[in-house]
Design a protein around this ligand. Structure first.
Ligand SMILES: [Fe+2]
Length: 384
């Protein structure tokens, strides 16, 4: 797929829209999820799909291992579904994409997934994704973040045929997310919205999704963190804004906050949203020379006055992080200086080799990444 086109799945949205599942014509459905979501919604899904044949694969865990996705692929091959539904957070949706790929192409391995080949997916089944958290945007992308069983390194696989046929956005599903999860997933959405806006691949078609998402998240995410369980309106706003950020991300690209965030996740097991949120203010400062006009647009959208756009945007994001209880430095992740230094080479190498590094607006050397990590450890302003 050339990137000068926009791909957006059909979106069914609204309170209670989960029941849309019963209106799809397919009869044999593989539900990919995890144990928690199965306990919360398994019975409800079975009631909705009572006239269809369903099989649940519930073994997905956070940071999904390749071997679990391969196991799910084998389950699909035996069951022969005509519809695969992934319902859960980013790990579940990514796993569902991998299972869909392995089922459609039993002659291929997971690591054959790439953005160049045309795999003719979708001849046996369709893929539908239903997020139960508000932030990953995984329901719109063709990307899978998978953890290699050997070595524990996270790696990104991408194929545009893995963008699902449909997405269901039911704000009742994330209603009871705890505050910390609301904050970490919500900030991930904000990072998607900002990083894909400043990316060179951003276009007139994606920018409205970016700006609408940024504005909505700044307004409603702090309320969702404080009182989301009792406020379906606010949940709805954040759920849709997160998905809009996912659309923008899927049709543009992320940048260095994601490269560094993925590496923190691989080396120190930092939760994805916490890692990318923490890194974002530093990356905003690092990209200053290439993105000042974009920063002005964001600040004007937020009705924030500025002298130095990069510094103002960086500080505005830091204030939001503080307000929703997220860390601003690597030190605050309870990573000792010793631990940080002894893993520093690996941390830098993973970030430098991440797919998103080459897509960052300012070209980045390994030495730049080293300096960024050192500044982010102590909370120093990036001035190089
Ligand atoms: Fe992300």
């Amino acid at each position: 797929m050339s990137l000068d086109q926009i791909k957006i799945p059909t979106i069914y949205y609204g309170r209670g829209s989960l029941k849309q599942l019963k209106y799809f014509k397919q009869k044999r459905i593989l539900i990919v999820t995890d144990n928690i979501i199965n306990k919360l919604y398994g019975d409800k899904i079975q009631r909705i799909l009572k006239n269809k044949e369903c099989l649940f694969f519930t073994e997905v865990l956070p940071d999904p291992l390749d071997k679990i996705i391969m196991k799910g692929g084998n389950v699909a091959k035996q069951f022969s579904p005509d519809l695969i539904v992934g319902i859960g957070g980013g790990s579940v949706m990514d796993s569902a994409k991998g299972i869909f790929f392995l089922y459609e192409r039993p002659d291929k391995s997971l690591y054959d997934i790439n953005p160049i080949n045309y795999f003719k997916l979708g001849r046996k089944s369709k893929l539908i994704l239903i997020p139960t958290t508000s932030g990953t945007g995984a329901e719109h992308t063709g990307a899978i973040i998978v953890t290699k069983s050997e070595g524990n390194q996270k790696t990104g696989l991408i194929c545009f045929e893995l963008v699902p046929s449909a997405v269901i956005l039911d704000p009742k599903l994330p209603l009871n997310m705890p505050p910390k999860l609301t904050a970490s997933t919500g900030i991930d959405a904000l990072v998607h919205a900002i990083e894909s806006f400043i990316n060179k691949m951003n276009s007139d078609f994606t920018a409205p999704f970016n700006l609408n998402s940024i504005k909505t998240l700044f307004k409603y995410l702090p309320i969702a963190v404080k009182n989301g369980n009792n406020d379906i309106f606010v949940r709805e706003k954040v759920h849709y804004a997160a998905s809009m950020a996912g659309i923008a991300l899927a049709n543009s690209a992320a940048g260095l906050a994601h490269s560094c965030g993925h590496s923190l996740g691989s080396v120190f097991h930092t939760q994805h949203g916490i890692a990318v949120g923490l890194m974002l203010p530093y990356i905003i400062e690092f990209n200053k020379s290439h993105c000042n006009n974009k920063y002005k647009t964001i600040l004007e959208t937020l009705n924030v006055n500025y002298d130095d756009p990069a510094s103002k945007l960086s500080n505005t994001i830091k204030s939001l992080l503080k307000e929703i209880g997220l860390p601003l430095t690597i030190k605050e992740l309870d990573i000792s200086k010793n631990d940080f230094e002894s893993n520093f080479e690996k941390l830098t190498e993973y970030a430098y080799n991440d797919l998103a590094t080459g897509l960052n607006p300012r070209s980045t050397t390994e030495n730049d990444i080293k300096k960024i990590f050192h500044h982010a450890y102590n909370g120093q302003t990036i001035d190089f």
